[in-house]
Design a protein around this ligand. Sequence first.
Ligand code: NAD
Length: 480
Amino acid sequence: MSIDQALIEKITLEILTKMQTGAKAAPAGYGDGIFETVDEAVAAARKAYQELKTLSLEKREVLIKAMRDVAYENATILAQMAVDESGMGRVSDKIIKNQVAALKTPGTEDLTTQAWSGDNGLTLIEMGPYGVIGAITPTTNPTETVICNGIGMIAAGNTVFFSPHPTAKNTSMKIITLLNQAIVKAGGPNNLLTSVANPSIKAANEMMKHPGINMLVATGGPGVVKAVLSSGKKAIGAGAGNPPVIVDETADIEKAARDIVAGCSFDNNLPCIAEKEVIAIGSIADRLITYMQKYGAYLISGSNIDRLLDVIMTVQEEKIAEGCTDKPKRSYGINKDYVGKDAKYLLSKIGIDVPDSVRVVLCETPADHPFVIEELMMPVLPVVQVKDIDEAIEVAVRVEHGNRHTAAMHSKNVDHLTRFARAVETTIFVKNAPSYAGIGVGGEGFTSFTLAGPTGEGITSPRSFTRQRRCVLVDAFSIV
Ligand code: NAD
């Protein structure tokens, strides 16, 4: 694309944004939920909470419908903004993620009441709101998480202070602003969703300690999950994954190859649920690799694997005492500059030119290779060959690191499927489909972009953001 074309597209997008929302694009003078300080944002969310409490469930649903509509209508613009600002992911896939968050996040129907009636009257347990929730969102799903958490938390009667990742700040402000405007237009209170114009780790820490915040929900890596769990407040932690996918000899190998390429390359592997490494039984591994190449994977080998590692990973070598003959231990991290980039771009960095149709960089590695061990969040997919299902399960469980996040398997053997599911104990286990089926994209069930493995809420929904409250009436209202 020439610079002129890129500029024209950017300007068109800005004009479209303004036309579609009929409002100011982002913070500039603030308003619509965006404040200068954490104190102001929390105070506004607390006031909005009191106002929300006066509304009926029916009205809450009207507001949620308005949120769904505005998120759906702006799915494309938000996707483009997220890719432009964060430099990560694929616009076409982010559009799908925004749409799914808008359509498939549950609303107030998720709140259910339990009742006991008998000789002593009637007892109810109802799902009530927490108050103001502090929600910390990742750079990898900046708008999807705000849409999904926003709908779910408001459906449960809460208001929200969002603490977005600074690298996706404008995009996050945009969706918060749009949702607030839609709520007000539908007759709801302003500031059901709030944030600060300049999010930072410092602001996130201030929010976590703020007495006006009743509950914390962190969607991100291990650091932020640890931070909320150490806060002394009720917290939900949705942390990192490293999903393995096993392919055994009974699978439909061509379909497995197509599904794995589709799942691994979805939004350039940013989703925490995306396939991060393949464990293939030796007898079918070559056929699987051939089919994966047919469906958009590009196979590299030998020194090209080492060269790619040098580009996309950081290496630290342990210092060893003088005279020691032991090899120094190496630890690897990811080079954030390459997270969520296209396969074509990654390959260009090692001098390989491929067409746009290439979606995944494929390579064969041993099970202890850094590409297998680290959560890369790039469309780089190592394939580990194993001799049988026992070894496949042992390797897959090991490289999932006990995150208990997501795993997938392609097999027609019910015993193999059951054994792996039991051994890996993940929050999501996908059988014979791309990993995204696990969050309702081409699979049944509601969606969520906050998958709380560490704290056990699983695929979060409005009920995850409620307090259980018991109401007891003795000697009445039992009508039998
Ligand atoms: P990240 O952990 O760097 O940041 C996530 C959020 O936490 C950001 O808003 C960041 O500003 C904030 N943050 C980070 N450290 C913090 C600290 N010490 N105190 C306060 N706030 C802190 O992650 P990321 O790169 O934005 O997202 C990718 C990670 O998130 C991956 O590990 C991925 O697996 C995980 N993720 C998990 C889920 C899930 O539902 N389980 C969903 C999406 C992403």
